[in-house]
Design a protein around this ligand. Structure first.
Ligand code: PNW
Length: 454
């Protein structure tokens, strides 16, 4: 039947890519199968006290074995695309050296199954599961890790580009650097000082740039490469010229260590001056590699960082958030729907990328199975409906956002929070592995079917 609702003016462009996102360690399980090596997340999760309730990714969603059924669920939702990540230790169990054919074969089967279901595969090369052998040699503190990443990225893209046409080098450099190496809440659980951290971050963005070059060198012609970054989600507190101008300045300054240096080809003067003697060592050649042009930019947007105009050296300030500000189940996940308008808009205004994707957006909820067997995650529906409304505005104004990947398809291993923080639109019973689509899955299916807000 024809939809009764009038959604004129609320639709997305034809061909808009609706997708879902997951990551290898969060869903695959099968950590000892198929010749996979050990990653820093295996080590970390098995260290007592690091992950809530002692949870690990040993089994997770058992996606390694259950992907055919999960792809059937994706097809049922009408997904056009699926973003997954490749576990580096499945391809190079020791980080470098001898590749593992069984690892390549697994991702070939996965990509083939997606394509057979009419779903376009988008692959992230690094979603935080660094081979443990590389961490033993210093991990990202060691500049050689950037070269090892490029070798892995080139090799893998070369083997998969007959099927996978879009690669993202890294997922959320900011998060794995700041949470893994500064606060120590994530693997490898280090608490580095300012100087070490700045140098490590430089190696990470260098790894990204060398990775882009390696994918281009080894993949079939026409393969597109970008990244998926946890950009600082700058949003003007009030939509007025002075605050919008403040947001523009903040977008460049706050992202200079990650997306900024990649797109500008230089760190900002303010950043280098602030660090002084702690600034990273780098060459002009490094900056050229880091800023190798990409085919698309992916931004992960969960929350909003509200800024206002301020009479200070930078011209902006972050608005402190009151305790009463509403958030989802994860305490950090403040609800800021306008971020899905302002982040792609400001990124586009500042850097004019060829294409943009929302590579993640989603929410944690205290989901429970109702007596009737359904999961009524009305808060997630509210969250998604509001965020998508703002994305629709961006697209309608001509910001070149080509697709949206909802985090996440399935409840999964939420890093240091273990299995307690659920982000899926499909509920997973971790005892039985039973999947139950939530109310938000019905909502998303309707959005996709209409290609418009629902
Ligand atoms: C992302 N923050 O992490 C990751 O890419 C996913 O692997 C993760 O499961 C998902 O978002 C949900 O957390 C983030 O504090 C972690 O702003 C923390 C933040 C943002 C993203």
């Amino acid at each position: 039947p024809k939809a009764v609702a009038n959604h004129a003016g609320r639709s997305f462009p034809e061909g808009f890519l609706w997708g879902s996102a997951t990551a290898s360690y969060q869903v695959e399980g099968a950590v000892k199968e198929g010749g996979r090596g050990v990653s820093i997340w295996d080590t970390f999760a098995h260290t007592p006290g690091k992950v809530d309730s002692g949870d690990t990714g040993d089994v997770a969603d058992d996606f390694y074995h259950r992907f055919p059924q999960d792809i059937a669920l994706m097809k049922e939702l009408g997904l056009k695309t699926c973003r997954f990540s490749i576990a580096w230790p499945r391809i190079f169990p020791n980080g470098t050296g001898q590749p593992n054919q069984a690892g390549i074969d697994f991702y070939r089967r996965l990509a083939d199954a997606l394509l057979a279901a009419g779903i376009e595969p988008y692959a992230t090369l690094y979603h935080w599961d660094l081979p443990q052998t590389l961490q033993d040699k210093g991990g990202w503190q060691n500049r050689d890790t950037a070269k090892a990443f490029a070798e892995y990225a080139g090799y893998t893209a070369g083997k998969l580009s007959d099927r996978v046409k879009h690669f993202m080098t890294m997922n959320e450099m900011r998060t794995f650097v700041e949470v893994g190496y500064q606060s120590g809440r994530h693997a490898p659980g280090l608490k580095l000082g300012r100087k070490d951290l700045a140098q490590l971050t430089h190696h990470v963005v260098l790894g990204h740039g060398l990775g882009v070059q390696a994918v281009r060198a080894h993949a079939q012609k026409g393969t597109l490469v970008g990244l998926a970054e946890n950009v600082s989600s700058i949003t003007p507190a009030i939509e007025a010229p002075e605050h919008i101008e403040a947001a523009r300045k903040a977008m460049r300054e706050d992202n200079t260590m990650y997306l900024g240096v990649i797109l500008d080809g230089n760190y900002t003067d303010h950043y280098l001056q602030k660090l002084g003697a702690d600034a990273p060592q780098f060459t002009a050649e490094d900056l050229r590699a880091i800023s190798t042009p990409m085919d698309f930019v992916g931004v992960n947007v969960y929350t909003a960082s509200y800024v206002r105009a301020a009479d200070n050296e930078l011209g902006y300030a972050h608005v402190p958030m009151p305790k009463s500000y509403p958030h989802m189940l994860s305490p950090w996940l403040n609800i800021g729907p306008e971020a899905l308008y302002w982040v792609p808009k400001l990124v586009n205004d500042l850097w004019k990328p060829k294409a943009l994707f929302i590579t993640e957006n989603g929410a944690s909820s205290a989901d429970t199975v109702n007596g009737d067997g359904h999961v009524y995650d009305m808060d997630r529906v509210m969250y998604l409906r509001n965020y998508l409304g703002h994305l629709q505005r961006a697209v309608a104004e001509g910001v070149p956002v080509k697709g949206y990947f909802l985090w996440s398809l399935l409840d999964n291993f939420e890093w240091a929070d273990g299995y307690a923080k659920r982000f899926g639109i499909i509920y997973v019973d971790f005892k039985t592995q039973k999947r139950t689509p939530k109310l938000s899955a019905d909502f998303y299916k309707e959005v996709i079917r209409r290609n418009a807000l629902a």
